[in-house]
Design a protein around this ligand. Structure first.
Ligand SMILES: Nc1ncnc2c1ncn2[C@@H]1O[C@H](COP(=O)(O)OP(=O)(O)O)[C@@H](O)[C@H]1O
Ligand SMILES: [Mg+2]
Length: 319
């Protein structure tokens, strides 16, 4: 195996040379093997996204060396860098970053359009990718017509458009509930296992990080630990899936319970008892729904009142 990402002593500064120069990454060295699935964890503000932007060639490091799939990024010209981004890397963001006025299929087509791929091939591949993320029936939907999880699946399909070697995901489950996050995570496992994609995942969740091959912890712009997680990974995936299944079952059960209660209530108070006959001004009789909830509440109240009255009488008598 060879390193597809090789960072050597990467320093990233903002406002370089100005009095308020800010050093965010303080010499990061990291290698990621082809086909590896690694996670980067660390508190907010520790430099994870800055590191991701460097790995994704969205931003150049201030100093240090970065070799991406054999290409020295430091030596590459701007036009080359944009080709590298387009061809080698697929990005997935927390907020999806889909083009809002464009449907799912066209969002996926876009990176292929930039790559100069002809229309029929673009269309064919977009459809295949939509199927891959199980969104085939949502091709014509605009992002605003999709749920968060569905948007993220479209974004993952888009990331795969030019069949990149690497997928970089910056908190892709950060805006999703745990059930939807599970779907997204399983999709990454599929891309890693079946499509052999190298994946770098930034996450706040230790549980999800526990599903990856290696866990890289960063703090204040430095790597503080690298944990080889190959042994635990599969066990953790199985555990998280079963927790998710349990939660889904409980949710289903509580839905059923609610329905049970409804049915029981309906049995106690059959629908025809909910109506009474009332006479209007013209003497015509019509059925009118009475407020049964209120009725029941009142009769409960009356029962309680009666009980208390009895108790008071009894206690009064004992005195
Ligand atoms: N373009 C920028 N200009 C100035 N400071 C930045 C810029 N991008 C990020 N930072 C700063 O770098 C630090 C790390 O940010 P970031 O990499 O987004 O952290 P994380 O993703 O771990 O939350 C923060 O203090 C942030 O304010
Ligand atoms: Mg971030």
């Amino acid at each position: 195996m060879s390193s597809i990402i090789k960072l050597e002593n990467i320093v990233k500064k903002f406002y370089v040379g100005e009095p308020n120069e800010l050093e965010i990454l303080h010499g990061i060295s990291l290698e990621v093997e082809e086909g590896e699935f690694v996670s980067i964890v660390g508190p907010s503000g520790s430099g994870k996204s800055t590191l991701m932007n460097t790995i994704g060639v969205l931003d150049r490091p201030t100093s240090g060396k970065y070799i991406l799939d054999g290409i020295d990024v430091g030596e590459a010209k701007e036009a080359e860098l944009s080709d590298i981004r387009n061809q080698k890397i697929g990005f997935v963001f927390q907020t999806y970053n889909l083009i809002s006025k464009t449907n799912a299929l066209k969002n996926i087509e876009l990176p292929m359009l930039y790559a100069g791929i002809e229309r029929s091939t673009r269309l064919k591949r977009s459809k295949e990718l939509l199927e891959l993320v199980e969104m085939g029936d949502r091709a014509k939907h605009l992002p605003e017509e999709l749920s968060g999880g569905q948007k993220q699946r479209v974004a993952i399909a888009r990331a795969m458009a030019n069949d990149p070697a690497i997928i970089l995901a910056d908190e892709p489950t950060g805006a999703l509930d745990s059930k939807t996050g599970r779907l997204v995570m399983d999709l990454f496992h599929k891309l890693n296992k079946e499509k052999k994609k190298t994946i770098v995942l930034i996450t706040h969740s230790n549980e999800l990080a526990g599903e990856t091959d290696r866990i890289i912890s960063i703090r204040d712009g430095k790597i503080i630990s690298v944990k080889n997680n190959l042994k635990n990974k599969d066990k953790n995936i199985a555990k998280n899936r079963s927790i998710n299944d349990e939660e889904a079952k409980l949710e289903e059960k509580s839905k059923l319970n609610k329905n049970d209660i409804k049915t029981i209530e309906e049995k106690i108070q059959p629908d025809n008892e909910n109506t009474t006959l009332e006479e209007d001004n013209n003497g015509t009789k019509s059925q009118v729904k009475t407020n049964n909830k209120k009725k029941r509440k009142n009769s409960k109240k009356n029962n309680q009142k009666e009980k208390i009255d009895k108790k008071i009488k009894k206690e009064g008598g004992e005195k």
